[in-house]
Design a protein around this ligand. Structure first.
Ligand code: HEC
Ligand code: HEC
Ligand code: HEC
Ligand code: HEC
Ligand code: HEC
Length: 224
């Protein structure tokens, strides 16, 4: 009889420890966090609904906890509001699909970009577009350097060659002529005198109007 009692005590102990661990995780990670706006919406998103990006979690509490633990263990890029799924690339692409994108996020999941991913996580929209900052682009103007440092054009059309610009580490000039997603309709200049100045690119990043062109090859959807 004594043995059975002892066994029950142990079961109780393990259940208690398990519960404590679970509660610590939930507690730490903000079960009591309210789904309030985190900060001003980014440029262009003023009229987008919360649910357009923050999908309600269909999963069980256990699955939601797994998502949260995944985030805490760095397996996920974005945190999750309890009861909501973490916002993923797919939530952005629903409205922003651009078949002509020369830098599509999925390309950088490929194994050949393993080294690149250590330098820049170009496989996530969130790397350059964190939301709730009231901005448009949250990365710097020099990130091209992580991937194009060995670029040489056979017949370089520029007055100062790409190779020279790169040797002189003029990384902010890249965005002075090229947009990243290739979605703006405009003529790429060949003279460095016709570049968009870095300051204007930065202003665009912060939320001011586009210096490239208002015409886009693919307009975003307004509703999910
Ligand atoms: C355009 C997509 C988008 C919309 C619309 C949006 N959010 Fe977010 N939200 C995000 C992303 C992405 C994150 C993750 C953190 C980041 O990228 O800065 C986030 C993070 C959050 C967080 C912090 C918790 C966390 O998971 O990091 C809260 C709270 C939040 N959003 C609430 C809201 C509310 C309330 C609305 C509506 C007023 C809203 N969001 C609209 C994309 C969006
Ligand atoms: C419901 C559809 C929808 C979703 C979801 C959505 N967007 Fe948008 N987004 C828009 C619209 C509409 C605009 C405004 C475009 C304009 O003003 O020309 C916009 C604007 C933007 C802009 C600025 C574009 C510009 O030219 O000024 C960026 C950057 C952006 N979204 C990134 C994202 C990212 C990253 C996500 C995912 C976290 C996301 N969007 C989710 C519809 C959406
Ligand atoms: C490595 C950085 C980086 C990543 C990753 C990235 N972007 Fe961008 N994005 C930029 C830069 C820089 C610009 C400004 C130049 C331009 O307009 O192409 C921009 C511009 C935009 C614009 C406005 C121009 C347009 O194409 O309409 C939208 C919308 C946008 N990004 C959405 C996204 C979405 C959605 C994702 C994920 C699928 C994403 N971006 C991933 C850097 C990035
Ligand atoms: C994460 C790596 C990465 C980053 C960061 C990156 N690129 Fe690229 N880029 C690539 C790859 C890969 C290609 C495709 C090359 C190929 O197909 O040979 C490419 C192609 C291009 C092209 C040719 C597009 C076309 O239509 O053929 C241009 C222009 C370009 N990148 C400019 C830029 C600029 C400007 C930046 C910074 C704002 C930048 N890239 C940042 C990896 C990157
Ligand atoms: C003065 C404007 C200008 C500047 C500055 C500039 N480019 Fe270019 N770039 C061009 C033009 C023009 C082309 C040729 C486009 C074409 O023929 O379609 C080109 C072509 C490219 C290509 C395509 C090469 C290929 O194989 O087709 C890549 C990649 C590229 N540039 C990346 C960059 C990077 C990275 C930087 C920054 C170091 C940069 N560019 C700076 C104007 C510029």
């Amino acid at each position: 009889m004594w043995g059975k009692h002892r066994k029950r005590q142990w079961i109780g102990f393990y259940c208690g420890a398990y519960l404590a661990a679970v509660l610590t995780i939930i507690g730490l990670s903000g079960l009591f966090m309210h789904f309030n706006e985190k900060g001003p919406m980014n440029a262009g998103h003023e009229n987008i609904l919360c649910d357009d990006c923050h999908q309600k979690a269909p999963g069980t509490i256990r699955q939601q906890l797994q998502a949260r633990v995944g985030y805490l263990l760095k397996a996920r890029k974005t945190d999750v509001v309890f009861g909501h799924l973490p916002v993923s690339n797919q939530d952005c692409l629903v409205c922003h699909e651009r078949p002509n994108d020369p830098h599509p996020v999925y390309r950088f999941i490929e194994p050949r970009f393993a080294e690149t991913r250590k330098k820049i996580q170009a496989q996530y929209c969130a790397t350059c577009h964190q939301e709730h900052r009231g901005e448009r682009i949250t990365n710097d103007t020099q990130f091209c350097r992580h991937c194009h440092e060995r670029l040489v054009l056979k017949n370089d059309p520029l007055d100062i060659s790409h190779a020279q610009l790169i040797e002189d580490e003029k990384w902010p000039t890249c965005l002075g002529c090229h947009d990243y997603h290739g979605n703006h309709v405009y003529q790429i200049p060949r003279e460095t005198t016709k570049m968009i100045p870095e300051l204007e690119v930065i202003r665009y990043f912060k939320g001011f109007p586009t210096p490239y062109s208002k015409d886009k090859k693919h307009e975003p959807k307004k509703r999910r």
